[in-house]
Design a protein around this ligand. Structure first.
Ligand SMILES: Nc1nc(O)c(N)c(N[C@@H]2O[C@H](COP(=O)(O)O)[C@@H](O)[C@H]2O)n1
Length: 485
């Protein structure tokens, strides 16, 4: 998700009240806010690569306010941001303050981030937001405090306008994970490019290109930061898109095609799955012979009893997708907006006029008849990209999680039958469950004994890779040493 906004309106993004602070602490707050923003910016450098883990950034600042070290999580499974930052700061970490955009996801058995800060002699930690996942929320903060480190959480221990803005930047960089924590659908961004007269193609359907090369590179970046890109059947028929991220870095998202009829061409760029996979979601029973053809090309087909944007998004949420970029035409866009699955809109407006009463527009019929019914975007940003104007904003605010969560003791008081840390039951159906790394959908590598010798190990890219091994394989899965952070 690109966040280099230039001009922003002042409408509220977060549904929470802010308190004012006294003048004495203004400088102190400004410094904290600046370092937290820096941690958020750092964390975004690996957007798209850390999913389903959050984007983590860490800045170590000395008591004189100088940056001694920085770090960010490069990709899931790599060294935590905190460990990288204290390594970079070396001896300057002693007595310093660590700024984290988000509370580390330290869960049982994995305290690398906290240990790095404790061992480095950090005296104070400022946290932008608590971890959004319930089973991780507050545990690293408690752990740090138990080691005598002063921990301040923005919006809890002190509040001011500058700190609230810094906190917003932390919510923005991990918006997909925060949405996952509170809803059953992935964070969805509707992106389109249109002419100044509001058309996404000529009346012939021709659309290459409306926006500039620079804008299209920005779209590659958006794709690179998303888990999947979704289009409808009409876009496949009209544009034969590739939907790849071709800006030279980041990952390439899964391509999803949503089609009721499965009336799709036999040859299409999306059926080439040599580099990245394509999933076609369709109505149960649609064109069985075409389903077979797609399967023979390596395209996964998923049938739905009720094919609609909400059902499809709930399905991909269960499969562990955090963020989806919608690059569809107006009909599907309208249906997705009506189903309330679109959270953000990103529109490239090109200074061109194509005209045509039959030329398509980005959003089809929403059933509105009066301007008062129009959906107003919040936190609107404007940026010039080459000759085009990029307008973006939220259709739904980023949910703000309650800052205080029940402690382990309080949870037991509420429902004594619940043991929040029951060791004999582990959940890993979803990748973000406590043991989500065991999920077939989680791309964590696993190391397992191989062959008859006890000290012989083999590494598999994921649990799914292991299960793809034929049954007579000498591999035996006995343990996996990872947890969801
Ligand atoms: N950003 C942008 N500018 C334009 O002028 C466009 N016509 C589009 N179209 C979208 O991009 C898809 C093509 O993607 P590939 O280049 O093939 O990867 C097309 O299907 C539209 O969704 N976008």
């Amino acid at each position: 998700m690109a966040l280099s906004f230039r001009i922003c309106s002042s409408s509220p993004l977060i549904c929470r009240a802010t308190l004012s602070n006294g003048d004495n602490s203004r400088n102190y707050h400004t410094t904290d806010a600046a370092f937290i923003r820096r941690a958020a910016d750092l964390s975004e450098m690996s957007a798209g690569l850390t999913s389903p883990h959050p984007n983590f950034g860490c800045v170590i600042a000395t008591s004189s306010g100088k940056v001694a070290g920085e770090g960010y999580l490069y990709a899931q499974g790599t060294k935590p941001a905190e460990a990288l930052a204290v390594e970079a700061a070396g001896e300057f970490s002693r007595g310093a303050t660590a700024y984290l955009n988000m509370e580390p996801g330290d869960c049982h058995g994995d305290h690398t981030a906290v240990s790095a800060l404790v061992q480095a002699g950090i005296e104070r930690v400022v946290v932008g937001i608590r971890h959004p996942l319930q089973h991780l929320r507050g545990s690293a903060i408690r752990e740090l405090r138990s080691h005598g480190i002063e921990v301040n959480v923005l919006g809890e221990d002190f509040e001011s306008k500058v700190l609230e803005d810094a906190r917003k930047s932390c919510l923005l960089v991990n918006a997909p994970l925060i949405h996952r924590a509170c809803s059953r659908v992935p964070f969805s961004v509707l992106k389109y490019a249109m002419t100044l007269d509001g058309k996404i193609a000529a009346s012939s359907g021709h659309a290459a290109w409306i926006s500039s090369k620079l804008s299209r590179t920005r779209v590659f970046e958006l794709r690179g930061g998303s888990d999947a890109v979704i289009v409808g059947g009409n876009t496949v028929r009209q544009d034969d898109p590739r939907l790849t991220a071709r800006h030279g870095q980041g990952h390439t998202p899964t391509r999803i095609v949503m089609t009721q009829s499965l009336d799709l061409p036999e040859k299409a760029n999306l059926w080439d799955v040599s580099e990245v996979s394509t999933i076609v979601v369709t109505q149960r029973g649609a064109r069985k012979s075409f389903q077979k053809l797609l399967a023979s090309k390596g395209v996964e087909v998923v049938e739905f009893d009720m094919l609609n944007p909400r059902e499809v998004m709930e399905y991909f949420h269960l499969r562990g997708y955090l963020s989806i970029l919608w690059e569809c035409g107006g009909t599907l866009a309208a249906s997705a907006i009506s189903s309330s699955v679109i959270h953000k809109v990103v529109a490239f407006v090109a200074p061109k006029i194509i005209g045509g009463s039959k030329a398509p527009s980005p959003v089809g019929d929403l059933g509105m008849v009066e301007m008062t019914q129009a959906l107003n975007l919040i936190d609107v940003c404007y940026e010039q990209v080459g000759p085009d104007m990029l307008v973006s904003g939220f259709l739904q605010p980023i949910p703000d999680l309650l800052p205080v969560i029940p402690s382990e003791d309080a949870t037991v008081e509420i429902d004594p039958s619940v043991d929040p840390f029951e060791p004999s039951i582990i959940f890993f159906y979803k990748t973000w469950d406590l043991y989500g790394s065991f999920s077939n959908f989680s791309p964590h590598p696993i190391r397992m004994p191989y062959g008859e010798e006890n000290d012989d190990y083999m590494t598999w890219s994921s649990v799914e890779h292991y299960y793809q091994v034929p049954h007579n394989s000498p591999c035996k899965m006995v343990s996996c040493s990872f947890k969801t952070t």
